[in-house]
Ligand binder design. Sequence first.
Ligand SMILES: Cc1cc2nc3c(=O)[nH]c(=O)nc-3n(C[C@H](O)[C@H](O)[C@H](O)COP(=O)(O)OP(=O)(O)OC[C@H]3O[C@@H](n4cnc5c(N)ncnc54)[C@H](O)[C@@H]3O)c2cc1C
Ligand code: SF4
Length: 529
Amino acid sequence: MPPARPAGDSGTVTEHYDVIIIGSGAGGGTLAHTLADSGKSILLLERGDFLAREMDNWDPRPVFVDGKYISKDTWYDGEGKPFQPQVHYFVGGATKLYGAALYRLRPADFGEIKHVDGISPAWPLSYDDFEPWYSKAEHLYQVHGNGGEDPAEGHRSQPYPSPAVSHEPRIQQIHDGLAKGGYHPFHAPCGIMLNEADRPRSTCIRCTWCDGYPCLVHAKSDADVIAVRPLLDRPNVTLMTGAEVTSLETDDSGRSITGVVVSRDGEREVYTGDIVVVSAGAANSAKILLNSANDKHPAGLANGSDQVGRNYMFHNCKAVVALAKEPNDTVFQKTLGINDFYFPTKDYAYPMGNIQMIGKSNAEAMRGEKPKATMISPEWTLSDVARHAVDFWLTTEDLPKPENRVTTDADGNVHLAYEMTNDDEAFRLYGELRKILNHTGMAEHHVLRKNFYMDMDIPVAGCAHQAGTCRFGADPATSVLDTNCKAHEVDNLYVVDTSFFPSIGAVNPALTAMANALRVGEHLRERLA
Ligand SMILES: Cc1cc2nc3c(=O)[nH]c(=O)nc-3n(C[C@H](O)[C@H](O)[C@H](O)COP(=O)(O)OP(=O)(O)OC[C@H]3O[C@@H](n4cnc5c(N)ncnc54)[C@H](O)[C@@H]3O)c2cc1C
Ligand code: SF4
């Protein structure tokens, strides 16, 4: 951590706003959207720029092999080894590249859950508290789905705003095989602007370049297109790009933020707001708070509990490729989910997690991810492998361990110490997938020999689902934020990205961040009224 400064050192103030939001992704972008019609002056500070629309958006080589849209940041792991984190600094944040699988957490995820490696703690609020906000978020982000199909889902007060995205023939076959085998595959919830009833007028063209790519035609429900862009004409909303927040300053009491320090075009600027909301992504939000230490907050801003930066989670994930002799010509593959193993089963006392499809493999992208693939199946080219692959994404909950944490060094750089938890559950989930594929007719056609798979574990740099560095809770001794996501120790400071998660469940996190931003937005509207 850089040395603490004296509190009250605000420097030259450039402009004052009612609300300053730092970061324009799932949390910050959604919050700006919901506050915009309050009439309050809002400054949205985003370190990135708009992501350029260009053919590279849909080209696996620049996207996956060259990492064109990944930040050039260097972070350091627990041993101090440098790595390039897979983070994305654009208007819309990580949602510009996300797969738009927009799941709700399950009701049980809000309670305490026993895992093989320990306890996933309860949230201070319940699924019922979040349910109305999930519905609103699903409407805002135009989520497609069929309520009632997913055996693990909670009750919903409103149906999905759009019908589920249909399965293509190969995926329908897998669905039917699984259903026949007694499983409960469901249509995965998905935020794309696809109108299957009127394809000529549909914004989404149902292409194969969705998961991990930016959408060239702006048909993905990302935070840029859905939340931020519609605000740009509003006189009360200012979006400032290329504006990296480096620290926050407080008054002499340490109870109030009096300056948001920004580095823009190499210059130091300071903005003030009645309310300041940090939403820079779980690691970067912790970085900002830790780098804002002053004599009233010597361990980092709002860090009297020593919880800022701790409890970092990013899911225990596996990308698995099942190979069959017959080709898989699916274009948009992310339509199917399996939650039969989300909770403990009669054969295993712990939850295993969620199985979903991911974007279709292609040779270029696989080269970026797994150069060894050709060695595993020497008689096939990568193109053969990609053409025949059926691609699954396995997600197991990882636990919020205090030692899995973000810290910063004297120069303010991020250090991320992380050790995976619940490997046994993840391994079992993988085993269950292998077993259930026997019901899909795939095993008979497996390449090389029955049950041939490649699996890819996600290293620490794959921080797509990062969460948990500023958890919310009722007790200031064990949490950073209160249940409104306001810092316990600072009266005008909020955090609304995935940092607030006390646990992460085993489904994708973005919808929960969006729903929570809408919830906190309602609280802020009341506070500012
Ligand atoms: C390839 C990929 C696929 C994914 N697929 C899915 C999926 O299918 N479903 C799902 O639910 N989730 C998915 N995710 C995760 C999802 O995108 C994130 O959970 C979500 O975007 C997190 O929201 P956030 O607000 O916490 O952070 P972000 O959306 O990342 O927003 C943080 C913002 O803060 C900005 N910022 C950072 N530091 C500063 C600073 N110092 N000053 C100013 N601005 C700053 C960043 O540029 C960024 O715009 C995926 C992520 C990736 C990378
Ligand atoms: S599938 Fe639709 S939303 Fe996804 S990248 Fe293609 S056009 Fe965009």
